[in-house]
Design a binder for this molecule. Structure first.
Ligand SMILES: Nc1ncnc2c1ncn2[C@@H]1O[C@H](COP(=O)(O)OP(=O)(O)O)[C@@H](O)[C@H]1O
Ligand SMILES: [Mg+2]
Length: 315
């Protein structure tokens, strides 16, 4: 016995399958006629015989996208370097990645050797369709570029009377599910755009330069993050990535062990100091393209493994 629902009047009818099976071949469509309204409609026999298939139409693919923002109020700590090379590494490991640059300096595009005509500004102002704002930078790697024009967008966001903090989330709606990772680079300082990023992302990665006094900057940032978390529980600190690790001098190691004591659960292996990291951007290359054998390439590969929780990625 099976139940057929008339698509016109929604009346349910019981059908004895045995009587139908004898006359009809499996896989063939038969035409049913509603006894109530007379409407004729096609019915697929094997769907009737396996009602579970009918009852659970394939669900919308559940978006498993991970939205990681790379942020710290201090400048020059390796935010852009980490955003670009983590994105490039994830893409090399086979993940679909969108790198979003929310900085007016627009450094991410430069680092990848791209000169996009549009980017995040046009997406936020809805001047252009998302397809026109996002460019393909490499295999598996797409870029939503930042740049000077974002300054004007910040003013627009500031003038909103309510819901200003959701501007980025609203603009990204419907785009997220196309990617496995969305990596968001942020500008130094603290402004409405960074608040927007923290209302959109779910994970925070903080690069900490193992130079002078990084702990103060980090604890100030933790306070600011805490004030956002009161309103948005989904955003959590996930990774602290020590950068500019120079083993030739004592200072960085001392700072590293202080960080370890305070924040051990978030700590990642450090990114060592490497000249190649500062040279690669002027060639428009990621570290994996510019100097694949250097220590920094190995360190960013290790970060890819940590973030993906895939111990064999990029080995
Ligand atoms: N581990 C490193 N070793 C050497 N130079 C680095 C390292 N990380 C970043 N740099 C360089 O330091 C400068 C600042 O880094 P950047 O990523 O632009 O910082 P932020 O985005 O936080 O301002 C850049 O010139 C970059 O190439
Ligand atoms: Mg930067």
């Amino acid at each position: 016995m099976a139940i057929i629902v008339c698509p016109k009047c929604a009346k349910k009818h019981k059908v004895n399958l045995d009587s139908v099976k004898q006359n009809t071949l499996l896989g063939k469509k038969i035409v049913a006629r509603c006894k109530s309204c007379g409407h004729k409609f096609p019915v697929q026999l094997d769907r009737l015989m396996h009602p579970k298939i009918e009852a659970s139409p394939s669900p919308e693919p559940v978006s498993a996208v991970r939205k990681i923002c790379v942020t710290l109020s201090k400048g020059g700590v390796g935010k852009t370097t980490t955003s670009v090379n983590l994105s490039a590494g994830l893409a090399l490991a086979g993940h679909k990645v969108l790198l979003v640059d929310t900085d007016t300096q627009g450094q991410s595009a430069y680092n990848l050797g791209k000169k996009p005509r549009a980017g995040l500004t046009e997406l936020l102002t809805k001047e252009l369709a998302p397809e026109e704002c996002i460019i393909r930078a490499r295999k598996n790697l797409w870029l939503l570029a930042g740049g000077k024009s974002l300054a004007g967008v910040k003013r627009i966001i500031d003038r909103k009377s309510f819901g200003a903090e959701w501007t980025l989330s609203e603009a990204m709606k419907g785009l997220d599910h196309r990617y496995d990772f969305i990596i968001i680079d942020t500008a130094p300082g603290w402004d409405q755009l960074i608040v927007n990023v923290l209302f959109y992302a779910t994970e925070v990665l903080v690069p900490v330069a193992l130079e002078v006094m990084p702990l103060q900057g980090l604890s100030e940032f933790m306070k600011s993050l805490g004030s956002i978390q009161k309103y948005r529980k989904e955003i959590v600190l996930k990774y602290i990535v020590p950068t500019f690790m120079d083993t030739r001098i004592k200072g960085p190691e001392t700072i590293y062990s202080q960080l370890e004591k305070l924040y051990s659960e978030y700590m990642c292996d450090p990114i060592r100091y490497s000249e190649s990291l500062s040279e690669a951007p002027s060639y428009g290359k990621s570290i994996f393209e510019f100097a694949p054998g250097c220590t920094a390439a190995a360190d960013y590969k290790a970060l890819v493994r940590k973030v993906t929780r895939d111990g064999s990625a990029l080995l």
